[in-house]
Design a protein around this ligand. Structure first.
Ligand SMILES: [Zn+2]
Ligand SMILES: [Zn+2]
Length: 239
């Protein structure tokens, strides 16, 4: 199975990534993707772009080289209430919002606090997908939060980058994927690429999903049509 969209990609605006939006779009077209989400880090991360980066993303055309460009952010979950580091008026302007915990910004590690943060995120109408939630540092009540994400129509990310750089997260990624399957929660399989040639490289995540017989129809970005349906039906307040 091949992806038709990659929904978590960094540009050189996050300063530890190295490609431009144009390079990413051209590469995505070359490898046959139909959509790509540009998701640089929210302001709380040390490598984050200035907030004006997000405010001005509507400068970028909807399509580049025939690829649908989703203007997005990887926002930081900051506290046990599930606060994000990007203000609502900016989230409203964006097409795609990943919410992730990073050790530089999410200081809570108590499982009850992490669970509570994710329950807050489940209720945030602007969040589309929960980023790399397998990190052992942020272990939580996966059963409860995955069910809540499903009830609120959120996607759960299986982040292939974790299989390379956060290997300790792999058993939890599998557990999370099994729960998504159990509760029928849609997922997004993403590269979290930091260089354009890594876009849509998700072989390791896909291998794990094959091992557990994960149903293709729950993978939102395996079909552009399915992604568009998600975008049309998501429950976002009107801008
Ligand atoms: Zn991240
Ligand atoms: Zn990322």
């Amino acid at each position: 199975m091949k992806l038709e969209a990659d929904l978590h990609v960094h540009t050189l605006a996050s300063s530890h990534a190295y490609s431009t939006i144009t390079e990413i779009a051209r590469w995505s077209a070359d490898i046959g993707l139909k959509a790509v989400a540009i998701t640089d880090h929210g302001s709380a991360m040390p490598d984050a772009p200035h907030i004006w980066h997000f405010q001005n993303l509507d400068t970028i055309p909807d399509h580049l080289f025939g690829v649908h460009i989703l203007r997005g952010v990887e926002a930081n979950v900051m506290d046990p209430k599930g606060s994000l580091d990007i203000e609502e008026w900016i989230l409203k302007k964006l097409d795609w919002v990943v919410a992730s915990m990073h050790k530089q910004t999410a200081l809570m590690t108590d499982p009850d606090e992490v669970t509570s943060a994710w329950m807050g995120i489940a209720e945030n109408p602007y969040v589309d997908v929960i980023g790399h939630m397998g990190l052992p540092r942020y272990a939580c009540d996966y059963d409860k939060v995955v069910r809540a994400f499903g009830e609120h129509g959120k996607l759960v990310e299986i982040n292939s980058h974790s299989f390379d750089v956060r290997k300790e997260a792999v058993p939890n990624c599998r557990k999370v994927a099994e729960l998504c399957m159990k509760y029928g929660v849609q997922i997004s399989v993403d590269s979290d690429a930091h260089f354009h040639m890594d876009v849509a490289k998700v072989d390791k995540a896909m291998a794990m999903l094959r091992e557990i017989d994960f149903p293709e129809e729950l993978i939102v970005n395996a079909s552009y049509e399915r992604l568009v349906k998600y975008l049309e039906n998501r429950n976002r307040p009107k801008a």
